[in-house]
Design a protein around this ligand. Structure first.
Ligand SMILES: *[C@@H]1O[C@H](CO)[C@@H](O)[C@H](O)[C@H]1NC(C)=O
Ligand SMILES: *[C@@H]1O[C@H](CO)[C@@H](O)[C@H](O)[C@H]1NC(C)=O
Length: 514
């Protein structure tokens, strides 16, 4: 299904070109105006140092706590000071299960605590890492709009193993010399140095450890109408391929950490993680398993950022009685999801398979996409699709802005990376949030933009959760969205020319060499 999503829309070549276009822009801009580290030349109408945007999609489908005009701002450069904690048991590709508590000081020193677990509920701690270093914010990211590039230097990484079983598992993964003494003899509960500035990185690499996540940072502040606020820290994504992860320069984000000071209430996990130390890892309470029940309509909680420059929100409807599924992927050119570029509507079928053996509580699925419709929301995208060879991408010559086209008769559209019919191996899980409302987690996309079209490529981690906005809703209710989006598009269109030029240019040059 999500062959249609951002990651796959941009195959390697596309992202490469897009990156080149950005770099070109950067060169032009820097020459033209001196080195303005905190400005990004894409929104001439918007102050990039005070970037703000509010969620734009259908009000009745917004996450309840984002209703009533919650405003989201993201400063560039962000202020990282303070402690930031996990709000749930986090799942990294592998899978790896962890909780994090990161503290940043105004001196630029940071202290990052990572607790790793043996189980998908973070109930049984295996080992903890205490990471100390320094971070320097460098400049606004030209690749991931809204993000800030940073560089970190590690000074120390210590490990505390919590159980004998965990020690055995680690000893089989790490070179024997890693903790000064043989890891096999390490005492549970005692801290050992895994890395310092004099030692090499061999032990860290063997552990699949890197702090490259700190190379891309973003802080979002939700301002609630009743005066309260919630702050979230987004750090760079972790590569889905284990081999790549210690070298990976992030262009997307992980699930955010929340400020220990300004977080959603109540957050029992936040409190446990905040009070933890490397000697006392938090043991999360057993979560009440949410049975998987897909029926209804699910939407993104926020504007999602995907590796390599794409911003989108997702809107899925499942009809279990027919095993039918429809997914709408709305793509935007900005991190507030206010400037639409194109929308994909995919339809097909799905089958639920076995409970996952790697991730307890998760289920394996197979999705088949049989039909895709595309709407261009801006001229460059419409022109690009219009200029495809006849028979390759819908009806060539008949693409118009805001008019949906069916790609099924041409078996997809190579320019958009869509080939029909298409099959994908998926991983889903459901959890309840702090108000006992269901959250739907679907599998994370491979970072290299490949498609999980084989069981071996099935994801082992998740995308940001979606929320249920109505159970068992029907097709007809969709119409209201379309008309709203038309208004949205025309209102923002006139502002968007510069960025669309860039975007269209990248697509165009990709097309030229395709
Ligand atoms: C930044 O945005 C906030 C919220 O919209 C506004 O009140 C404030 O005046 C802005 N500050 C600057 C420097 O533009
Ligand atoms: C698409 O192509 C047709 C035929 O070449 C042309 O008449 C039309 O103006 C084009 N539309 C856009 C949006 O470029």
């Amino acid at each position: 299904m999500k062959h249609l999503e951002a990651g796959n829309m941009s195959n390697g070549r596309f992202s490469h070109l897009l990156r080149e276009v950005w770099l070109l822009w950067q060169a032009v801009f820097v020459v033209g105006s001196g080195s303005k580290l905190w400005e990004v030349p894409t929104r001439p109408f918007m102050s990039s140092s005070n970037f703000s945007g509010s969620l734009q999609w259908e009000p009745h489908c917004q996450y309840p706590h984002l209703q009533n005009g919650v405003k989201i701002t993201a400063d560039i450069p962000p202020s990282l000071d303070g402690t930031w904690v996990s709000t749930r048991c986090e799942v990294r590709p592998g899978p790896e299960f962890l909780t994090r508590s990161y503290t940043f000081h105004s001196s630029r020193h940071f202290q990052a605590l990572q607790h790793y677990y043996t189980d998908s509920g973070c109930e049984e701690p295996a080992y903890s890492l205490m990471i100390r270093g320094k971070i320097r914010l460098r400049q606004a990211s030209w690749i991931t709009l809204g993000g800030t590039e940073a560089e970190q230097h590690l000074s120390k990484v210590g490990i505390v193993v919590h159980t004998v079983a965990a020690r055995q598992r680690l000893a089989s993964r790490l070179p024997a010399a890693c903790v000064g003494l043989s890891l096999g003899r390490a005492v549970p509960g005692k801290m050992y140095e895994l890395y310092n500035t004099r030692a090499g990185r061999g032990c860290l690499t063997a552990l699949g450890f890197s702090m490259m996540e700190m190379d891309l940072v973003r802080v979002e502040t939700q301002h609630h109408s009743h005066g309260g606020k919630v702050q979230e820290l987004f750090l760079g994504d972790i590569h889905t391929d284990w081999i790549q992860r210690t070298q990976h320069r992030p262009t997307g984000y992980q699930q955010p950490l929340q400020s220990a000071m300004y977080h959603v209430h109540p957050c029992p996990v936040c409190a446990l993680v905040y009070r933890s130390s490397e000697q006392r890892p938090p043991k999360l309470p057993q979560s009440t398993a949410a049975p998987l029940s897909l029926a209804g309509r699910w939407v993104s909680q926020r504007c999602e950022t995907r590796p390599t420059v794409l911003f989108l929100n997702r809107d899925f409807t499942f009809d279990p009685s027919q095993h039918a599924w429809e997914g709408i992927y709305r793509h935007y050119s900005d991190p507030a999801c206010s400037q639409p570029t194109f929308t994909l509507r995919a339809l097909g079928h799905y089958a639920q398979e076995n409970p996952s053996t790697k991730l307890s509580g998760a289920y394996e699925f197979v999705f088949k996409v049989t039909q895709v419709r595309v709407t261009a929301w801006d001229e460059p995208t419409a022109k690009l699709l219009n200029s495809t060879r006849p028979g390759k991408c819908g009806l060539a010559g008949s693409w118009k802005v805001r008019v949906e086209q069916d790609l099924t008769p041409t078996d997809g559209c190579p320019v958009l990376g869509i080939k029909l019919p298409h099959k994908e191996y998926e991983l889903f899980k459901m959890e309840l949030d702090h108000r006992k409302l269901p959250l739907l987690f679907t599998g994370e996309r491979p970072t290299d933009a490949s498609s999980p079209d084989r069981p071996l490529r099935r994801p082992t981690s998740f995308q940001p959760p979606m929320v249920l906005c109505s159970e068992g809703e029907t097709q007809s209710s969709r119409m209201s969205f379309n008309s709203k989006q038309v208004q949205l598009a025309s209102a923002t269109e006139r502002h968007a020319q510069l960025v669309l030029l860039v975007f269209g240019c990248a697509l165009g040059s990709w097309l030229c060499v395709y």
